[in-house]
Design a protein around this ligand. Structure first.
Ligand code: GUN
Length: 281
């Protein structure tokens, strides 16, 4: 079994991004990313902090926009419209989940699609589904890069995704399909989950249940990608896969932390640089 080191792969990609940012700066363009956070969800606080930190390390301008949990829709939309019009801001991200009184779809729909570095808009989603992607959703894109880093070909493989969220499961399906895998998406209503997952050459797990996947559910020699960010019974950070139980059965596995997480942020930085590259010369 080999561990797929998401931190090391991220560092490699970030080096490449740094030189792209340098050449952008030499023509007077500093990429800018705005991160909007409403409320004080502890997970979101950590994600936003890490995104802003990554901006600082790479020389991207981070616009951090924090609002209290009871902020109304109008205020958030006004901020998005201001950022849409700001030429120094190339990417806009609204951290999810939003407080329940806010309509997520409605708010996201105000982001200029050219600045949609999360790839969550109907436009970017549509391009991805058509197989002509522009700005790809960061976590699924990072997962594809992690799989490719193993050197194992995706084409023709049985890939199984557990989870069907708009952020991970659904786009993951499209990207694996685009890479010519035979893809099955499992979810909470799936019957006999283990019989499906144990046929997976590539298993991507994104359900948000700590240590849910055990070795009985995994095919011998599979590539296992763990998108989970959970806490175990002792409050320690862990994934959706029981790493200790599964590790000897698979060929490659991502750890939590240090697997998918760093790649998600790196892909976000990459989308921001791609958006900045399109500023008028
Ligand atoms: N919440 C969990 N993952 C994500 C993500 O990739 N982007 C945003 N905006 N919110 C998230």
């Amino acid at each position: 079994m080999q561990i797929i080191d998401g931190k090391a792969l991220s560092a490699k990609y970030r080096e490449k991004l740094k030189s792209e940012i340098q050449s952008l700066k030499s023509r007077g363009v500093t990429p800018g990313l705005a991160v909007i956070l409403v409320g004080d969800d502890p997970g979101s606080q950590v994600y936003v902090r890490n995104k802003i930190k990554a901006c600082e390390e790479l020389g991207i301008t981070g616009f951090e926009c924090r609002y209290p949990a009871d902020t109304d829709e109008k205020t958030v939309i006004a901020k998005i419209e201001e950022l849409n019009a700001n030429p120094d801001c190339d990417g806009i991200l609204v951290q999810l989940p939003l407080p329940r009184h806010l309509d997520e779809r409605k708010i996201l729909s105000y982001i200029d699609v050219k600045k949609d570095v999360d790839g969550f808009s109907a436009y970017q989603t549509g391009l991805m589904c058509l197989g002509t992607p522009d700005l790809l959703p960061c976590t699924p894109h990072g997962v594809i890069e992690l799989i490719k880093s193993t050197g194992v070909e995706i084409a023709g493989k049985n890939a199984v995704v557990i989870g069907r969220s708009n952020i991970v499961g659904k786009p993951m399906f499209h990207l694996l399909l685009q890479n010519n895998a035979t893809v099955t998406v499992c979810h909470s209503k799936t019957r006999d989950l283990g019989s499906i997952t144990s046929k997976a050459d590539i298993l991507v797990v994104a359900i948000g249940k700590a240590k849910f996947v055990k070795k009985e559910m995994v095919k011998e020699g599979a590539i296992v990608i763990d998108v989970g960010m959970d806490r175990d019974e002792n409050g320690k950070l862990c994934g959706d896969v029981d790493f200790e139980d599964v590790k000897e059965k698979c060929s490659f596995i991502t750890p939590v932390p240090g697997g998918v997480g760093p790649m998600t942020i790196t892909m976000l930085m990459s989308n921001t640089v791609a958006a900045a590259n399109r500023r008028p010369k």
